[in-house]
Design a protein around this ligand. Structure first.
Ligand SMILES: *Cc1c(COP(=O)(O)O)cnc(C)c1O
Length: 388
């Protein structure tokens, strides 16, 4: 077997923690382990680390430190944004309509569905084009004074497409409607600018950019209506109760600083590798196509639909050959159902069931991609021949 194997090509699912991040986290387990709310010096050291992390994250994203709310991850950030703003807006103005796209992460779409199904909100789901992009004019068409919140994913986890966030934000801002964007994938690769993106609420999760799992942040612009959804102590200026996880928070700040510094160069390298991979797949596999936008997509993200291939069977075969890839959505082994995101693009089920997502990391090499391209066409041909 090749010494490079196994090869991990699933960085959109999660990333390993950067060694430099681990080193920063180390001090906060049992040395400066205090509770940031405590008066004594040990607590104050923890509070200093918390404040510094908040400032570092704000600086990377061009936000104000007081706009950063630490959470337990991307999912909680999305939940807090949707629930917190939906309830606060309805209480203040009577607005009761949530506007989302059909290509949201489940942390947004399932939250919106529950708010609509059990809490009396109305849900409007916008159309997307065949690349999975929202047209800002469609947002302008559906929003009105009853709109409590618009939530549109920044860059999609399944298909990599990057939405026109600033244009959508401009439409919401003009009408005074809070605008949330799930930037959990975007933060790993795109230069986010909270002061200019016209987003009021922005979700992040550290483990998608070489930080630890179980920590994230919601950026909430000052003045955005937001009820706290977790009640208790006064942490995070009363917006998210619970003793702060200082090791993870310092880890997240450290990881984001590294992305800030190294992201642009990583992006260039990744884009070249990604395009080599995309061309390699499309040229070597008949009846294959790229899903998502060809250029307005994350630099590390390649996703495909392969006609007449069971995606789960392909993933298992790839795994046996040492390649860790994904279908892009959390579909269950055994009862394959096409992903809602791919169906929203207009793909027929026969194509959508054959989805393959290959996402690259900062240390992925051209040699690894070439090894992958050397194996994939034969596996696909064999699975097609089996009729699986
Ligand atoms: C991973 C992911 C989430 C969930 O984040 P967790 O930190 O794993 O809870 C939300 N949205 C998108 C787009 C993601 O990729």
């Amino acid at each position: 077997m090749n010494p490079q194997i196994p090869i991990y090509l699933d960085y959109a699912a999660t990333t390993p923690v950067d060694e430099r991040v681990l080193a920063v986290m180390q001090a906060y387990w049992n040395d400066a382990f205090g509770n940031p709310s405590s008066i004594h010096q040990n607590g104050q050291r923890a509070e200093a680390a918390l404040d510094q992390s908040r400032r570092d994250i704000a600086a990377c994203l061009h936000a104000l430190p007081e706009e950063v709310i630490f959470t337990s991850g991307g999912t909680e950030s999305d939940n807090l944004a949707l629930r917190g703003t939906a309830f606060a807006r309805r209480a203040a103005t009577g607005a009761d309509t949530l506007v989302i796209s059909p290509v949201e992460h489940p942390a947004v779409s399932q939250t919106a569905r529950q708010l609509a199904g059990h809490f009396g909100f109305r849900l409007v789901i916008l159309p997307v084009d065949s690349c999975g992009l929202v047209n800002p004019q469609d947002v302008a068409r559906v929003v009105d004074e009853k709109t409590a919140l618009v939530s549109i994913i920044y860059a999609n986890n399944e298909i990599g497409s990057i939405n026109p966030i600033r244009e959508i934000g401009a439409i919401c801002r003009e009408r005074g409607i809070p605008f949330h964007s799930d930037a959990v994938q975007a933060a790993a690769h795109l230069p986010l600018d909270f002061s200019n993106d016209l987003v009021d609420l922005l979700s992040l999760g550290a483990h998608k950019f070489y930080g630890p799992k179980g920590v994230g942040a919601l950026l909430a612009r000052t003045g955005t209506p937001l009820w706290n959804m977790q009640t208790g102590g006064g942490q995070e200026a009363g917006r998210r109760a619970g003793t702060e996880n200082i090791p993870y928070i310092t880890g997240m700040a450290s990881a984001l600083k590294i992305v800030c510094n190294e992201g642009p160069q990583r992006g260039q390298q990744l884009t070249a590798l990604r395009d080599h991979l995309i061309a390699g797949v499309l040229n070597s596999i008949p009846c294959s196509r790229l899903t998502g936008h060809p250029s307005a997509r994350l630099p590390n993200h390649a996703s495909f639909a392969l006609q007449g291939v069971n995606g789960n069977v392909l993933l298992m075969a790839l795994d046996q050959h040492g390649f860790a890839c994904s279908s892009g959505s959390a579909c269950k082994v055994g009862s394959p159902r096409p992903s809602e995101v791919l169906l929203a693009l207009g793909l027929e089920p026969e194509w959508a069931l054959g989805s393959l997502r290959v996402t690259l990391g900062k240390n992925t090499t051209r040699q690894e991609i070439d090894l992958f391209l050397g194996v994939l066409p034969d596996l696909v041909a064999r699975i097609r021949a089996m009729g699986a």
